[in-house]
Design a binder for this molecule. Structure first.
Ligand code: ZN
Length: 419
């Protein structure tokens, strides 16, 4: 499509902004903000939030929801998470855009990977440069520029910056859900793939912990009185693994196991942790029911061994995101914006999950890889392509101007289609 001349001037105003954006990304990435590092998360928020406030957003910081997990002793324990920041511009506007990003990274405070640097070859290297401090910087550039244009007069923006995306957004899911219900579209700033491809449909995901309990006994003196929780776990895992291959696209990964203290003690506790993925909503419903049935029936029939009991904790926390309805319309709008800018936009389904899953589950059409181009994320080789900063900021900015000016229709909410 040919671009409105006034759009061209506004887009051109971003030319030359790449260095300033890169400086911020390096500064933000040099602050460790692993999900568990609450002081680090606060420091990053202290750098990021004032820049949004300077762009006209009002910031609120909300406490995280209570999250529990089964600890190594088999007890349900509360885990500490950082807060959720909600930034709002034009709260009275009828049309609302929800932009989301996460301040946390997968790198703990003790990780060797802490330095952020410009490699001088067009890439930045550092923890979170792509996932997703770079993305947050792109979001800031697009949002702050858009709010100064006449096309934003009837469009409000809510930004949610959470602190626990990398561990599944358990503590921020309710805020994401609530803001998603109030919005027309969602824009999420996860990095695009190294070749620029965006993520389309996303698998859903569930986390489960099995607490297998037996009875301790001395292996020499009273072996027969013991009830071996590790053996119970082995029987349970056999039964769970038999669910693999029963339905297309459903996988159960028994990923972590821990139990026992000494070889001369019959172990009374074994913990098994598992991740489940599925490509369709009904598949996740099915597998969740099968997991519960396996545990209930095994307990009832002593199928895991005499005197062995299994407790189940967890469930599906990232619903499936499908490429349909309003989300497909929004992708088409992104593609139109991209072609006007000379950026080819393609998308591919992925087994990975992000907050885009949560927004879709709340009925919000969304595109969730609008951040920088980069790669090797979650590793100490993480990098981002500096030359992608300005084009990706322009992509979001143009998308917002096309919607705000009425040149592209607002997609229907996913729940509106169902109603
Ligand atoms: Zn991310």
């Amino acid at each position: 499509m040919s671009l409105d001349p006034s759009f061209k001037d506004i887009l051109a105003s971003l030319d030359g902004r790449g260095d300033a954006m890169a400086r911020d990304v390096l500064a933000w990435s040099a602050i460790n903000s692993g999900t568990q590092n609450l002081p680090g998360l606060e420091r990053v928020a202290g750098e990021v939030l004032p820049q949004f406030e300077a762009a006209g957003f009002e910031a609120r910081t909300l406490p995280p929801s209570e999250v529990t997990e089964i600890d190594a002793d088999g007890r349900e324990a509360e885990i500490e998470r950082g807060p959720v920041h909600v930034l709002t511009a034009r709260p009275e506007a009828k049309r609302r855009v929800l932009m989301t990003g996460h301040l946390d990274t997968v790198f703990p405070k003790t990780a060797d990977f802490q330095r952020a640097e410009d490699r001088g070859d067009g890439t930045l290297h550092g923890p979170g440069v792509a996932d997703m401090k770079g993305g947050i910087r792109v979001m800031l550039e697009a949002a702050s520029t858009f709010l100064k244009t006449p096309y934003a007069d009837e469009v409000g923006i809510d930004v949610v910056l959470n602190s626990d995306e990398e561990t599944g957004s358990h503590a921020s899911a309710s805020v994401l859900h609530e803001r998603a219900l109030a919005a027309d579209i969602g824009l999420v700033y996860e990095p695009a793939l190294p070749d620029g491809t965006l993520a389309g449909a996303r698998a859903g995901s569930g986390h489960y912990t099995f607490t297998v309990r037996g009875l301790a006994a001395h292996a020499g003196r009273e072996f027969e009185k013991g009830r071996n929780a590790i053996l119970g776990a082995a029987r349970l895992m056999g039964a769970i693994d038999r669910l693999n291959g029963q339905r297309d696209g459903v996988t159960l990964n028994l990923g972590v196991i821990g139990g026992g203290q000494a070889t001369n003690v019959v172990p009374d506790l074994c913990l098994v942790r598992m991740n489940v993925r599925g490509r369709r909503t009904e598949d996740l419903t099915w597998v969740d029911a099968q997991i519960r049935r396996t545990v209930d029936e095994g307990n009832a029939a002593e199928g895991f061994g005499a005197g062995i009991r299994v407790e189940l904790h967890g469930g599906v926390h990232r619903p499936v995101k499908e490429m349909r309805g309003g989300t497909a319309m929004l992708f088409d709008a992104v593609r139109q914006a991209g072609s006007s800018l000379g950026i080819g936009i393609d998308w591919a389904p992925t087994g990975g999950c992000c907050d885009g899953n949560n927004l879709a589950a709340a009925g919000l059409p969304n595109v969730d890889t609008l951040g920088v181009v980069g790669g090797k994320i979650h590793s100490d080789q993480e990098y981002t392509v500096k030359d992608s900063f300005v084009p990706r900021a322009k992509l979001s900015l143009l998308l917002l101007m096309l919607l705000g000016s009425g040149q592209v229709p607002w997609p229907a909410r996913l729940d509106a289609e169902a109603a």
